[in-house]
Design a protein around this ligand. Structure first.
Ligand SMILES: [Zn+2]
Length: 113
């Protein structure tokens, strides 16, 4: 029951933020989905779609924004290069704080590349 409520909220809130950040960054994506993934907060696919763990809705807003921007940035830069991090940092002033929060809360963003 509570889980369904979280998933519904995640769809509403996170997907709206994805639209907003994509527009601000000028990034096109094909689809954004809320998924049930135990070990990953977010991921992206080769088809330019982005997925977010519904559990992310329990995180503070600055963390949600960081995860969204991180995945969207992968659509223009696939790897964790210095170019990638400068794109993310430019849109997420609280990046280091968000990374620390995610580290503390145990799940990873995506498979290490
Ligand atoms: Zn990444």
């Amino acid at each position: 029951m509570l889980r369904d409520w979280y998933i519904a909220r995640a769809k509403e809130k996170i997907l709206a933020r994805v639209e907003q950040h994509a527009r601000e960054l000028g990034i096109q994506f094909t689809a954004a989905k809320i998924v049930d993934n135990r070990y990953r907060w977010g991921s992206c696919t080769v088809n330019d779609s982005v997925n977010f763990n519904w559990r992310l809705i329990k995180a503070p807003m600055f963390v949600i924004d960081y995860v969204i921007i991180h995945e969207l940035a992968h659509l223009i830069e696939a790897n964790h290069t210095s170019r990638f991090w400068s794109i993310v940092r430019a849109s997420t002033p609280t990046m280091e704080k968000a990374k620390a929060w995610l580290k503390e809360h145990g799940q990873v963003l995506e498979e290490e590349v």
